[in-house]
Design a protein around this ligand. Sequence first.
Ligand code: NAP
Length: 281
Amino acid sequence: MTAQIIDGTQLSQKIRAEVAQRASALTAQGKQPGLAVILVGDDPASHVYVRNKVKACEDAGIRSVLEKYDASLSEAELLQRIDALNQDPTVHGILVQMPLPPHISAHKVIEAISTAKDVDGYSVLSAGELMAGLPGFRPCTPYGCMKMIESTGIDLRGKHAVVIGRSNTVGKPMALLLLQANATVTICHSATPDLGYHTRQADVVVAAVGRRNTLKADMIKPGAIVIDVGINQDENGKLCGDVDFANAKEVAGFISPVPRGVGPMTITMLLVNTIEAAERI
Ligand code: NAP
């Protein structure tokens, strides 16, 4: 059996075309959606991520405001900037690229963003809305994973989903979204003694660990949906996920690759959240 590939790039193109239509409708009403992206310091990976986000905005007709600051920016100065962006009616979403320099509290900064503009969905209030099943911004990576799972056409009601990883930005929100979709959910983490015992029973596995070959073919139930969130490098420095893709695709029913998987979907859902923020205001 060879799995169907869940192509995140292809699915993204479809969703981004819908986003562009919604952006153009808002712009025609005199309300072009706007996303402010704040980058502090010179982390090379952050610069690449930010560039990709800004480019995706431009392609979709969303105005992006990129604010780059030196690593010496103080926490108070950053909080002031966020306050100004919270008040700015042309800015509908605010994203602060992580990581921040060590002298700035990421928690304080995230909590300073108005919930109405928290398009990353990282604030405690946004997390609470997700937990309570209330409308709100869902963190972009798990939100994108859900869209990928939905694209298989398989109803999650009564299915068993296993999430590997319990971070606040990926694992935990992912588990809540799967629960909302009526799956029975198990969360595994570094203290789970026998990971394969759980994953072998799963109709859906989402791997969000950050360690390559965490999920091997013999840990997958035949026909399962496998979503690979991990970003790692193989022994040749090539980008790879947490799943042993070459062998896992012979067992799974559907599988997302790395690259061309969750990565593009994460940016796509940021665009979706920004459009939703603009439509709500
Ligand atoms: P994280 O905060 O480091 O969390 C990793 C999780 O994996 C933790 O909960 C950890 O358990 C668990 N874990 C570690 N070793 C394990 C093991 N041997 N077995 C089972 N669980 C284990 O990472 P994250 O931010 O959630 O990100 C996870 C991966 O996704 C990373 O590779 C990251 O780069 C990638 N990512 C990709 C995107 C994208 O857009 N494609 C977005 C976000 C993240 P403990 O809690 O017990 O330590």
